[in-house]
Design a protein around this ligand. Structure first.
Ligand code: B12
Length: 350
């Protein structure tokens, strides 16, 4: 991304001052709204300060990525989350206005994004439909699978999947129409306050376990002689998406090296060199980790030994802003695992 030094400094400025800024915003909010003392106790006030630090990080990341869309999608996400927590809507709008006041002339672009956000906010949806849609060819299986997991019946969930596999179901369909959809649905249910963090962790752990049991269906394909490395960036804990992408590559005949979550940039580079990888797939879910994707891309571009490596990116923010992959300097992007294979094949000319 070709960010101007001033806007680049804005992200660094937020990183360095987020605590002081959130304190200042809280002080002004409580000065102008003494009634907040009746709405929030001390713990609630602390949570407000923490939320403000998230708002600042997402704003800085959107500015850094030159993407007003990313900030709007974040506001939409906050709107539905706060609605489910019964946090009065006006407090968030007041917070955004106070952020503007405190940020002053640090970044004119950030102020524009806040203005756009304030304008768009009333019309942003605060409810999202289920991810299990009637068009999903395995909607029944996905529904039963989620029900089993939410009842903490991992064995039952496993049986549902094994029955499908034994009946000859393509493993890719299982990934796309059952695992991916159910993970996203669990996320939606968490966001709307219908399931707890513990339930989400249980479902994710169970799905990872069940995916491992399906590995005999993944690792028995003819090889094409090419190597793919799949990784999430440093600090990123979401790894199921890139694991799915890596498995699709394996199924397509590639040798795959799945590095998982939270991989330091220097180790990713070392691995590309050691393994002579043709394509590296970098995944990011949390928008304020995007600059780490750019750091890896820049380090690859600066290294003459890695000239022929093709860089593929994907994950939540790339699906929210479909042109972002170009600005970040990647060679390609995939909306999902199936699309990742299509793009990679095109990039290496097979
Ligand atoms: C499981 C989960 C977690 C787990 C992750 C565990 C793990 N081992 O992966 C844990 C508990 C760690 C977690 C933590 C957090 N999470 Co979380 N999480 C989820 C959840 C429920 C499912 C993720 C998942 O497995 N998706 C299924 C996969 C298959 O889909 P996918 O990731 O999109 O991947 C596909 C495509 O995007 C694409 N793709 C992905 N990567 C790549 C890479 C390449 C190269 C290509 C080509 C394509 C590609 O292909 C994939 C396969 O088709 C999502 C809900 C959701 N909508 O996804 C929330 C979600 C992503 N999490 C969210 C949040 C907020 C968080 C936390 C900040 C919460 C907190 N306050 O602590 C932390 C952040 C932690 C961190 N530092 O990373 C929000 C993000 C919202 C936002 N606006 O940014 C979501 C959307 C939940 C929600 N509905 O609110 N989370």
């Amino acid at each position: 991304m070709d960010t101007s030094p001033a806007e680049n400094n804005f992200r660094t400025y937020i990183d360095e001052h987020e605590l002081a800024l959130s304190d200042q915003i809280i002080t002004l909010l409580w000065r102008d709204h003494p009634e907040y003392d009746r709405i929030f106790d001390e713990k609630g006030k602390g949570k407000c300060a923490q939320d403000i630090r998230y708002h600042l990080k997402y704003l800085a990341a959107a500015v850094d990525a030159e993407s007003p869309a990313l900030f709007l999608r974040y506001l939409e996400w906050v709107k539905s989350l706060f609605a489910s927590l019964n946090i009065p809507r006006d407090t968030f709008l007041e917070t955004l206005k106070t952020m503007k006041e405190v940020l002053g002339d640090q970044s004119s672009i950030a102020l524009n994004y806040l203005d756009e956000g304030l304008k768009a906010y009333p019309e942003l949806p605060d409810r999202h439909d289920s991810f299990i849609t009637p068009e999903n060819p395995l909607s029944g299986v996905a529904g039963n699978y989620i029900q089993a997991l939410l009842k903490r019946d991992r064995e039952g969930a496993m049986k549902i999947i094994m029955q499908e596999m034994e009946a000859g179901r393509d493993i890719r369909e299982m990934y796309e129409y059952v695992f991916q959809v159910s993970q996203r649905e669990i996320g939606r249910l968490w966001q709307t306050g219908s399931v707890s963090v513990a339930q989400e962790h249980y479902c994710t752990g169970a799905t990872q376990l069940i995916m491992s049991r399906l590995y005999p269906y993944v690792f028995n394909h003819e090889k094409n002689g090419l190597t793919f490395i799949g990784t999430s960036v440093g600090d990123e804990l979401h790894e199921l998406g890139i694991r799915m992408v890596s498995d699709f590559f394996e199924l397509d005949g590639w040798d795959t090296i799945f590095l998982g979550a939270n991989t330091p940039a220097k180790d990713i580079l070392r691995c590309i060199m050691d393994e002579q990888a043709k394509v590296i797939g970098i995944s990011v879910t949390i928008t304020y980790h995007l600059h780490k994707v750019r750091e890896i891309i820049d380090s690859i571009a600066e290294n003459p030994e890695l000239k022929g490596v093709r860089i593929l990116v994907g994950g939540y923010p790339f699906n929210e802003d479909r042109e972002l992959w170009r600005r970040i300097g990647a060679h390609g992007y995939g909306t999902d695992a199936r699309d990742a294979i299509r793009t990679a094949r095109r990039l290496v000319g097979i």
